[in-house]
Design a protein around this ligand. Structure first.
Ligand code: NAD
Length: 277
């Protein structure tokens, strides 16, 4: 099984389904990433803040999969925003991951009050020009943050990774991304696990003979989102990737979309300003 590819605005291609490792303990990460690579995931999403870059890198190295068949993503933590500190934080992440180039680097949160995301992204562009990163993007950016960034740097981020699930479908932000040429990536695609027991989702899943998580993942794929569902359970890691042989009908899509109620599970990016470690 292989995931479809999405072509980014810089011409690079990203597998549409990746494997997220948020809140997988360092002790469990190597096994979880190894399982994901065995069942066919080629895109892994970590972050300096997750504390498991080293174990992610170890699983990648031991997999024996050629580097050019892998798509590896990490994120710059809030405390490291700023030009020089970004260059240092990038080197530290690459050292932990054991990589000589990265496929995609993301600014984890905008922290508009800090006022450093333009300098941070300027350092990202420098690293891209040096050949150390293939694609540069952002995470949790709201429209006003994207505008400031693009106006100041003249660069449109390749990706914006945002909280997105049926309760928070981010319709306006997705439309803005389409107009600007930014790929939408969904974090918390399963509502951080909360949506797999929702009666609307379980009803669609039963009707299809699929798992609730598979049905949620299909909803994202059919909207065109890049997704990075997380699980530490080998059976779920495999079933979450077994999603390329069925399609939801328009009625099923609408039924899932009816869950929209604006619920945000994570922090509001306009106010989140945590710079601790
Ligand atoms: P998610 O929506 O992927 O949900 C994960 C949870 O869903 C798991 O912990 C598990 O409890 C449950 N689950 C997974 N598969 C299941 C299955 N088949 N059946 C039943 N339950 C299942 O939430 P997430 O981990 O928060 O998001 C995915 C990834 O997004 C993260 O691992 C991380 O890489 C990324 N992320 C990024 C940000 C950001 O600020 N950029 C924030 C949060 C997460």
């Amino acid at each position: 099984m292989t995931a479809p590819l999405v072509t980014l605005n810089d011409g690079n291609a990203i597998p549409q389904v990746g494997f997220g490792v948020f809140k997988i303990s360092p002790a469990d990460t190597e096994r979880a990433v190894a399982t994901a690579l065995q069942v066919g995931y080629r895109h892994i999403d970590t972050a300096a803040a997750y504390g498991n870059e080293r174990e992610t890198g170890r699983a990648v190295a031991r997999s024996g999969i050629p580097r050019d068949q892998l798509y590896l993503v990490t994120k710059l933590w809030n405390a490291d925003q700023g030009y020089d500190s970004t260059l240092q934080a990038f080197d530290a992440s690459m050292h932990r991951l054991g990589l000589d180039y990265l496929d995609l680097y993301l600014i984890h949160w905008p922290l508009p009050q800090l006022g450093k995301f333009v300098d941070t992204f300027t350092a990202f562009a420098y690293l891209r020009d040096q050949g150390r990163i293939r694609s540069i993007g952002v995470s949790n950016f709201e429209p006003e943050h994207l505008k400031v960034l693009i106006d100041a740097t003249g660069i449109v981020p390749a990706v914006n990774q945002i909280e997105l699930h049926p309760r928070l479908p981010q319709t306006e932000l997705r439309e803005l991304h389409t107009r600007l040429g930014i790929a939408t990536e969904a974090w918390g695609p399963l509502g951080q696990g909360s949506l797999v027991t929702h009666p609307t989702i379980t009803a669609v899943a039963e009707g299809r003979g699929r798992t609730p998580a598979q049905v949620l993942i299909r909803w994202h794929l059919q909207l065109g989102n890049i997704i990075i569902p997380k699980s530490a359970n080998p059976t779920r890691i495999a079933s979450n990737f077994d999603v390329f042989d069925f399609q939801l009908s328009a009625t099923e899509m609408a039924s899932i979309s009816s869950l929209e109620d604006g619920t945000r599970l994570g922090p509001n990016p306009r106010h989140f300003n945590f710079t601790g470690r």
